[in-house]
Design a protein around this ligand. Structure first.
Ligand code: NAD
Length: 294
């Protein structure tokens, strides 16, 4: 049986193409331009790259975006003031504060200061609560993107055993909450594994779908899997590679080469889950502009 490689770039492009068309119509018929405000505090190079690529996607789709860059010693008060201004600016439909923040600024306070109606990252407790209850709110981008990959390739989690490895607020927990709802493209039996899990193999070997988000390079091996499992790799890790000009390469949390022959489908890294994260951010911003979230 040949393993299906789940092409995240293809899925993300399809989502962005559709959004571009819908944005054109929104602008033409309602004179609304989706607007995303991005806040970057400090000079973390990876954060800079992420923020710039989010702004670039906005441009591609015809959205308006602004980037506000502040030095690492910025006070919490200043950040909260900017968020308050953006909350009250009708041209801004989505607010994203790039994490992590410098330690003098409380991430929780900042997340809670963003209006739940502009919280396109889906991290505000109101949106977390809506997700748990199965109500219409903003869903965190990476887990939402994983559901889109499944839909695109017709991998329905309904009635399946799904193991999510990792319990972070941005990946593991929202992934869990998306998968057990009594809804289409959900309805799975979900197990969440984490650092407190003893005998991980026991759970993963019974899983039809394994979603790996533990932040350890090439951790998941074929011995963890049952024959024919679907493997979704969320991990993005840099490992040393002297054959590359940069001196490193990106790998996931899954040992891809080892797992590939045993899986029925697998996401590569890069080019799997990664591209979906920005596509879903764009989708959330569009929904906000189009008043689809209330
Ligand atoms: P995190 O460090 O916040 O959480 C990792 C989780 O994995 C923890 O809850 C921990 O309990 C669990 N864990 C760690 N070691 C484990 C083990 N040996 N067995 C079982 N569970 C274990 O990480 P995160 O923010 O959720 O990110 C996870 C990975 O996904 C990282 O590699 C990150 O870079 C990547 N990521 C990718 C995207 C994307 O767009 N593709 C987005 C977010 C995160």
């Amino acid at each position: 049986m040949e393993t299906l490689i789940l092409d995240g770039k293809l899925v993300a492009q399809a989502i962005k193409n559709e959004l571009k068309e819908k944005t054109f119509i929104l602008k033409r018929d309602k004179t609304i331009t989706p607007g995303l405000a991005l806040l970057l505090v400090g000079d973390n190079p990876a954060s800079k790259v992420y923020v710039n690529s989010k702004a670039k996607s906005c441009e591609e789709l015809g959205f308006m975006s602004i980037i506000f860059e502040l030095p690492a010693n910025t006070s919490e008060e200043k950040v909260l003031k900017i968020i308050d201004e953006w909350n009250n600016n009708p041209l801004i439909h989505g607010i994203l504060v790039q994490l992590p923040l410098p330690k003098q600024i409380s991430e929780n306070k900042v997340i809670e200061a963003i209006s739940p109606l502009k919280d396109v990252d889906g991290f505000h407790p109101i949106n977390v609560g809506k997700l748990v209850l199965g109500l219409n709110g903003f869903v965190p981008c990476t887990p939402a993107g994983i559901i889109e990959i499944m839909k695109f390739y017709n991998i329905n989690p309904s009635k399946k055993n799904v193991v999510v490895i990792g319990r972070s607020n941005i990946v593991g927990k929202p992934m869990l909450n998306l998968l057990y709802q009594k809804k289409e493209w959900s309805n799975a039996t979900v197990t969440i594994c984490h650092t407190g899990t003893e005998n991980l193999h026991y759970y993963t070997q019974n899983a039809d779908i394994v979603i790996a988000a533990m932040g350890y390079p090439q951790f998941l091996k074929s011995e963890h899997l049952k024959e024919g499992a679907v493997v979704i790799d969320v991990g993005i890790n840099r490992i040393e590679d002297n054959s590359k000009k940069s001196g490193y390469r990106l790998v996931g949390d899954v040992d891809y080469d080892d797992c590939l022959p045993k899986c029925s489908a697998i996401t590569p890294v890069p080019g799997g889950v990664g591209p979906l994260t920005i596509a879903m951010l764009m989708s959330n911003t569009f929904k906000s502009a189009n008043s689809e979230i209330n």
